[in-house]
Design a protein around this ligand. Structure first.
Ligand SMILES: *Cc1c(COP(=O)(O)O)cnc(C)c1O
Length: 388
């Protein structure tokens, strides 16, 4: 956790602004929602959507009631793409697709479209990676070339020199492991093979170098918008007619590419909300500013965990996620008591995933610094009150 105070000056000057905006926003009867997803969205965005609910900018209708072929909607989806491209600095040789079926749909869509040799390598760092791997096995040879299952996925394996298959069509990772709270700090050495990454739970949380990936995709309900929408950023040469036999039309990237995500009715309202979140992030200073904001929140919580005699982080320090922070007391009854009392105090959805137990605080972009400050204060008091 280094970069907050020595990153570019404008980022640092942006932080009080972000704090102020989000803090003001919270004064409308909101609670601190630490859910892993669907998760908190910026209040500004929700308010704007509410204002436009009955009459979207003089059209006399809600975006929900609008033809996806209308002029008004065309502007919405085109602006959304433009803003996302700007935020992530997406080069022209990448296509942005807004699709349906959530992140899980991509577990099948990726092998169906990319497995030309019917071989792919998977790095298993948690349940979502494992699910993708199991799905790929339906369509070809999926190799698990590394795994952190031996220690309950509490770390990211060394990926500097993996046994990448010679004829692998791609190497697959889940970049931020929502359930276990780990994140790749360096991308795997794929030895020239195409990298495919599920970024559902770290989407737009910090800058990325898109050119390092063949495909970046994520369900939006963690950090960007309403569930159901999945955004796929894919290098154009990977979009071909040459899919596995019997690939359903709706699962071909080419179809959606040809029609710019309007082959059929897209998840139109969801995309509209995503577009507002893109604008919100731009206003906040972009992804560098989001990174600084997220690092500051995560540091507060991890620093507290590291000095606590009661609460312990469950992840190897070098692999800690900025977005999902799992922790335990080591005593299941005490964990349950904590979750219950935290809920009563206005900190909700802190219960850990059923496969890990304990607690997990998800602190995505829209979580204010104040939410984490107050949570840490609550944890400190809980520790005092429950230490003999
Ligand atoms: C939530 C999540 C998923 C599943 O998303 P759906 O939209 O429910 O299919 C997949 N991968 C990761 C990393 C997630 O966090």
């Amino acid at each position: 956790m280094c970069c907050v105070y020595n990153s570019k000056n404008y980022i640092v000057s942006q932080l009080p602004y972000i704090d102020q905006i989000i803090k003001e926003d919270m004064k409308v009867g909101r609670i601190y929602n630490f859910s892993a997803g669907p998760a908190m969205l910026p209040v500004e965005v929700l308010k704007e959507a509410a204002d436009e609910m009955l009459d979207y900018r003089g059209t006399g209708m809600s975006v929900m009631e609008m033809s996806h072929r209308s002029k008004a909607y065309e502007t919405i989806i085109q602006d959304a793409e433009k803003d996302l491209r700007e935020l992530m600095n997406i080069p022209d040789n990448y296509k942005v697709l807004f699709l349906q079926g959530g992140a899980s749909q991509q577990f099948a869509m990726i092998p169906m479209n990319l497995m030309k040799n019917k071989v792919a390598d998977y790095i298993i760092t948690g349940q979502w990676a494992k699910k993708a791997y199991q799905e790929a096995k339906i369509y070809g040879t999926a190799n698990a070339i590394a795994s952190s299952a031996d220690k309950t996925f509490s770390y990211i394996p060394d990926c500097s020199d993996l046994p990448i298959s010679e004829n692998a069509d791609y190497v697959y990772i889940c970049e931020n492991n929502t359930i276990y709270g780990t994140k790749y700090k360096t991308l795997p050495n794929t030895k020239g093979k195409t990298l495919v990454a599920d970024v559902s739970s770290c989407f737009l949380s910090e800058p990325v170098d898109v050119t390092k990936y063949g495909v970046i995709y994520g369900g939006v309900q963690k950090n960007i918008g309403p569930a159901g929408v999945v955004i796929v950023i894919i290098r154009k040469d990977l979009i071909t007619e040459d899919t596995l036999p019997q690939t359903p039309t709706m699962l071909k990237y080419k179809i959606h590419d040809d029609d710019n995500s309007l082959y059929n009715t897209p998840p139109a309202y969801g995309i509209y909300i995503c577009g507002k979140v893109f604008k919100w992030i731009k206003n906040m200073g972009g992804l560098e500013a989001m990174k600084a904001h997220n690092e500051r929140k995560a540091k507060l919580l991890y620093d507290f965990l590291d000095q606590s005699n009661m609460f312990k982080g469950t992840v190897e320090k070098k692999d800690r996620s900025l977005m999902n922070v799992p922790f335990v007391t080591g005593d299941e009854e005490l964990d349950a008591k904590f979750v219950k009392e935290a809920k009563a105090a206005g900190f909700v959805n802190l219960k850990g995933h059923r496969s890990v137990g304990g607690m997990r605080a998800s602190i995505y972009n829209a979580m204010p610094l104040e939410g984490v400050e107050k949570l840490v204060e609550f944890m400190r008091k809980f520790e005092e009150a429950n230490t003999k």
